[in-house]
Design a protein around this ligand. Structure first.
Ligand code: DX5
Ligand code: ZN
Length: 215
């Protein structure tokens, strides 16, 4: 299993210590949650913070934009050195064009679905993306409980990917811990995002290792 710890649950007063911890860990990515207070009812951090993080983080950056019109920010996301740019299908009108622009900028394109957005909405884009990020909670806040229906969505998405010949990876975001992580792995997830489960623990490295060991 690949693991993408979410910085949202980190201690923002000691960001460099938190990034050092991630650099020294077995994490595969660092997940960065950008919120605008419009698409989601919360505001997290913006580009000045992302730039600072990008300067010291040695893990590939997995940027999750919970903002309206994410296509306006593609060059700025690229400038921080992001490997993956995730946009919500509910937040961009011309999704195909946005995916093309993300590729032209030299990043992997991830498309993200809110809990009530069906997997079937991906039928005409699945072959063009490197990743699908399924929200297993309503976006905006860490520390929520996984919505159980996500497990059915993971299985449905796995079938869609296999049928279409797409190479997209399946990433899950929200309410991940060792128990839900095991169920998500069995359903077909490739990457688990984990915020509070990792950063809220006395030994975050062992939490990352536990999720890494799931298959
Ligand atoms: C929620 C964010 C998540 C969040 C997950 O809107 O997209 O990445 O940090 O937090 P946990 O793992 O605590 O549910
Ligand atoms: Zn996220």
């Amino acid at each position: 299993m690949k693991v993408s710890p979410s910085l949202l649950a980190a201690d923002f007063a000691h960001l460099s210590t938190e990034i050092d911890m991630i650099n020294a860990s077995s994490a595969d990515y660092l997940h960065l949650d950008v919120m605008d207070g419009v698409f989601v009812p919360n505001i997290s951090f913006g580009f000045p913070v992302l730039r600072a993080v990008g300067n010291i983080c040695r893990k590939p950056l997995d940027v999750h934009l919970m903002i309206v019109e994410p296509e306006k920010w593609i060059s700025q996301v690229k400038a921080i050195g992001a490997e993956i740019m995730n946009v919500h299908v509910e937040a961009t009108t011309h999704l195909h064009s946005t995916v093309l622009q993300i590729h032209e900028a030299g990043m992997k394109a991830g498309v993200t679905l809110n809990p009530a957005t069906p997997v079937s909405s991906l039928v005409d884009i699945i072959e063009d993306v490197e990743l699908v990020l399924l929200m297993s909670v309503n976006p905006g806040f860490g520390g929520q409980k996984l919505i159980r229906h996500t497990l059915d969505k993971v299985r449905e998405l796995r079938r869609l990917i296999d049928m279409s010949g797409s190479k997209a990876m399946i990433e899950i975001d929200g309410g991940v811990n060792e128990k839900t992580g095991e169920e998500l792995a069995e359903a077909g997830a490739d990457i688990l995002v984990a915020g509070s489960y990792v950063f809220g623990a006395p030994d975050p490295h062992s939490r990352i290792d536990i999720l890494k060991s799931l298959s």
